[in-house]
Design a protein around this ligand. Structure first.
Ligand SMILES: *Cc1c(COP(=O)(O)O)cnc(C)c1O
Length: 395
């Protein structure tokens, strides 16, 4: 009888007790709206922004309603408008092209390497076609940021980072989200901090910070922020920037603050699980594992492997056999989008052009979530099951 895994791939950890206590305090006083403050009170949302700015070393931070809202606010603050081409990864999640398309702008997709990062040669070729690059560190894989920022600098491309999967990660010691003009994060349940829904924005640019705060719906109460520019930064903008409400509330912020202080410890736990899977799959026939460069301090909250050039029926069979043993593989090569897993050519609103290298990679790409409710032994068992099924099916 072969082993079977019985864990739940979508079960995240509980909210820390400290967060539950803080949330209850907000519920008991009832001031959930971020600007609804008692005399002398600072408010959880403003404190969260202060905490996250300190954590990343950014001058300014804004908490918003979702990661997707953060991406949209960043693009709006940069003046991206209808018809404008915006470069982005072909391998990403739907809210990224969605944020671009929501502005009437046009996503222009860049190829994907076998390391699952943006293809810097293709980026260099397309750099002249746009003003902004919305870079998605999809599944936590960080491109060579030294070379990438050089390509952007040479072409005059403005870099915005989508750090939905890299909160807590670093490249050469620099926190992910600090290589571009704006860093965007998600605190949705499946990301590295969990408030159900939520997002964060960071920047060092005073004008962009003021615009994003006004956009989020600050009702001229921006002086109640603790990680914002001074009132003079808002003087000329307050009549110009429309209110597109997307604030975070004090309840979510209260839940998040204790999670941020645990981020580093949790990243270490994730890495241990990632390495256990990696070790267990090492040498499995017919697959390749992404190489993780020395400079990349990643958060291993998910795991990917490539079964490049396998026939489609073998790939489908692998998903089904692993599934029968309790290991839930997400396959990016499937014909139709399923759940969170979709592919650039499913995003018809973006009128994507075919990308040959990306197609080959996504066709053979398998993806697993690694929630921290899994133990290292769980990850070893998952790897053992996958290794056996891969060995049985490898062409
Ligand atoms: C989750 C996610 C987002 C957006 O987050 P939401 O909070 O769900 O809007 C953006 N980019 C990537 C890569 C994501 O996975």
């Amino acid at each position: 009888m072969s082993d079977r895994f019985t864990g739940n791939f979508t079960q995240q950890e509980a909210i820390p007790e400290e967060g539950i206590e803080a949330a209850l305090a907000v519920l008991r006083h009832g001031r959930l709206h971020r600007y609804n403050l008692a005399e002398g009170e600072l408010g959880e949302a403003a404190l969260l922004e202060q905490d996250f700015a300190a954590l990343t070393g950014a001058r300014y931070c804004l908490a918003v309603a979702s990661g997707g809202y953060a991406l949209g606010a960043a693009l709006r603050a940069l003046g991206v408008g209808p018809g404008e081409p915006v470069l982005t990864n072909a391998f990403t999640l739907a809210p990224v092209p969605g944020a671009i398309a929501a502005l009437g702008a046009r996503p222009v997709f860049v190829e994907t390497t076998e390391e699952l990062t943006i293809d810097l040669d293709d980026l260099a070729e397309k750099a002249g076609e746009a003003r902004v690059l919305m870079l998605s560190h999809m599944r936590g894989h960080i491109a060579d940021m030294d070379r990438l920022t050089e390509v952007c600098r040479e072409a005059g491309l403005i870099l915005v980072e989508d750090c939905a999967h890299t909160m807590g990660a670093r490249w050469n010691g620099v926190p992910s989200g600090r290589h571009g003009v704006i860093g965007c994060y998600s605190t949705q349940t499946y990301k590295h901090a969990n408030s159900g829904e939520g997002g964060l924005l960071i920047t060092d640019d005073e004008g962009l910070a003021a615009r994003m705060i006004l956009l989020s719906g600050s009702y001229m109460l921006y002086e109640r922020h603790l990680a914002a520019p001074g009132p003079e930064a808002f003087e000329n903008l307050r009549y110009e920037v429309p209110n597109i409400s997307g604030r975070m509330d004090n309840l979510r912020a209260a839940i998040l603050r204790p999670q941020l202080s645990r981020l580093e410890a949790r990243a270490a736990d994730w890495l241990e699980r990632y390495r256990a899977l990696e070790a267990g799959l090492w040498g499995a026939p017919g697959i390749t594992l992404p190489h993780r460069p020395e400079a990349e301090a990643f958060v291993g909250s998910s795991f990917q492997f490539l079964a490049l050039d396998w026939p489609e029926d073998r790939l489908a069979e692998l998903v089904s056999r692993a599934g029968a043993r309790g290991v839930e593989l997400k396959w990016f090569g499937a014909e139709t989008p399923r759940g969170f897993t979709s592919r650039y050519d499913h995003w018809h609103y973006a009128a994507p052009l075919p990308l040959r290298r990306t197609d080959r990679v996504l066709k053979g790409l398998m993806d697993l979530r690694l929630p921290l409710t899994f133990t290292v032994e769980d990850c070893q068992l998952i790897a053992r099951i996958l290794h056996e099924e891969i060995a049985a099916l490898a062409p």
